[in-house]
Design a protein around this ligand. Structure first.
Ligand code: HEC
Length: 119
């Protein structure tokens, strides 16, 4: 009885682990495609902003813990939906608004993807 109980517990634990890994680690393919098609030209596939435009505009490295903790989901949503137009350290930063191009759930999925870029 005791062994059965612990096997069951281990099974449930494994199941729980798989579910949480699947939801936290792997964004769905469609979202990855959207990121690569619409965002990576500036932010890079890996989100480090290590692209020609990224360097020119001083785009942050979104894989760092510092950027991740400084940036709220609300701020991300605002940028993705309404775009960015500002100047930082003498660099013009511009990102088009995507609210007419992406549905709200696609925006949420992209926010989750960006969260998942964290090292
Ligand atoms: C034309 C280049 C360009 C494209 C394409 C682009 N961005 Fe940006 N994005 C920027 C710039 C510039 C910033 C501000 C730079 C910074 O502070 O890191 C920014 C900022 C952000 C931020 C942080 C918001 C903030 O207030 O700092 C997020 C999140 C983001 N972009 C997501 C996306 C997503 C998702 C896409 C694709 C749907 C995308 N970006 C496409 C240029 C771009």
């Amino acid at each position: 009885m005791h062994t059965f109980g612990s096997k069951l517990a281990a099974g449930i634990l494994t199941l729980g682990l798989c579910v949480s890994v699947a939801s936290a680690g792997e964004p769905d393919k469609k979202t990855v495609r959207t990121w690569k098609a619409k965002c990576a030209s500036c932010h890079g596939n890996d989100g480090k902003g290590d692209t020609e435009k990224g360097k020119k505009m001083g785009i942050h490295d979104y894989t760092t813990a510092a950027w991740q903790s400084d940036t709220t989901d609300a701020k991300m949503k605002e940028a993705i939906q309404n775009g960015v137009k500002r100047e930082r350290d003498g660099k013009k930063q511009e990102m088009d608004p995507f609210k007419d191009k992406l549905k709200p759930d696609e925006v949420d999925a992209l926010i989750a993807l960006v969260r998942g870029l964290k090292k």
